[in-house]
Ligand binder design. Sequence first.
Ligand SMILES: Nc1ncnc2c1ncn2[C@@H]1O[C@H](COP(=O)(O)OP(=O)(O)O)[C@@H](O)[C@H]1O
Ligand SMILES: O=P(O)(O)OC[C@H](O)CO
Length: 497
Amino acid sequence: MEKYILALDQGTTSSRALIFDRQGNICSIARKELRQHYPQPGWVEHDPAEIWASQVSVAVEAMSKISISGRQLAGAGITNQRETTVVWDRNTGEPVYNAIVWQDRRTAAYCDELKNLGLSALLRGKTGLESDAYFSGPKIRWILDHVPGARLKAERGQLAFGTIDSWLVWKLTGGRVHVTDVSNASRTLLFNIHDLCWDEELLELMHIPASLMPVVASSSEVYGFVTDAFGGAEVPVAGIAGDQQAALFGQMCLEKGMVKNTYGTGCFMLMNTGGEPFISENRLLTTVAWQMNGQTTYALEGSIFMAGAVLQWLRDGLGIIQSSAEADALARQVSDTGGLYFVPAFTGLGAPHWDQYARGLMIGLNRGTTPAHIARAALESIAFQTLDVLQVMEQDTNLKIHELRVDGGASASNLLMQIQADLLGIPVVRPRITESTAAGAACLAGLATGFWKDINEIAGQWQRELVFSPSADPNQARIKKLRWADAVKRSGRWERE
Ligand SMILES: Nc1ncnc2c1ncn2[C@@H]1O[C@H](COP(=O)(O)OP(=O)(O)O)[C@@H](O)[C@H]1O
Ligand SMILES: O=P(O)(O)OC[C@H](O)CO
């Protein structure tokens, strides 16, 4: 009898596999770091072969850690870094170019062209998104225009496009299934979130043949079966969702108005807005959260490009810490930043500013500034960016957010979580299982395969671990917010073509 569900969580910095039992406990976990390639300033790539190999190897490792085989898996769910774009040859299965990662800025000028043509409103109306290099459509177009022979092959129907979920399903099913789910499709700038299909006008606008596109399915159904990867066990692949939407599901934000914030490489705050797409007045994104049993749920999203990655930069760029976990202790050596503000616009600014040309800035440096002040300002920068998003989310929806559920790697920092509660003035709630992304994917797959009867069976598995309550002087917080807003303004439109 199958006792477990496997979640494959393919993130920006690592591939992870987690195995859940029927009570929602994590029984096994394996993780492998993913190499980042920066071929030019502003470009970020991953090797699709490494993504696939690492994802299979962690799945096998997670099974062997608890001595089970694929035959004991009731199903597998996939969740992934979104927008990251792979184009491969349908016949050989070989990618024609590296995966272009969501953070990659090479298509910024093209996205400006779209804006200058007055197309922002059309794009926003159909897709819920901004004209920004973040999304997949412009990345596909770049590959077709720059890889020798790619456009011709695409026009002959020989190429396939996929976000990382599609790429993994294609590989898992031995090239039999070319599919994505609605949540991933809604991040491409090519998907009509009202009609829930690829938009012909947008495909034409970006010169992308429709034959490249995967079939769009719901987030919880059996898409196909694993062929060889798990020792011949034909495990059903039964759940797919983009990592941020999966985290919203895993945090059990199932009711309209519930909000979660995931602190990974970037930071992504999502609010469940129910069965209708909610269009923001403040440049938040409208996105499909998930679709199951014929019902579509939408979300409002604030995407922040640099969060935990700021701490990695303290480690790799500045060398002032050995690991991200050390940022906490270093920052605690001082009681405040000594007037230092750090805007981590390394790859531009996402919501709600959407400035592709903003760049990182530290302001307020003085002779007394130490690495401890910088570490504290770095942690504060993550919390300030979250504050900017939460404020406009409340404004947009006219809803008061009463608590923030948090997860992701950097939510492990107690100092960051306390700073966050102090700045927002609301409780920050960290659950027992902060692997919400994987939990969400497992739930979607477990529901599709009947491993769990219904959502009520799993909703009770979510539990609080720690609540961070606001304790700062609100007056102080108000002054700091004004200084932060000033610093953000100064970082804007810095980079030139
Ligand atoms: N103990 C910690 N304290 C603060 N930040 C951490 C800690 N552990 C990991 N991080 C940060 O979390 C991020 C990775 O989180 P993760 O959820 O795995 O992200 P992703 O899915 O984007 O790969 C890294 O950017 C890292 O800096
Ligand atoms: O891999 P993560 O957790 O940084 O998430 C990346 C997002 O999906 C990008 O939109």
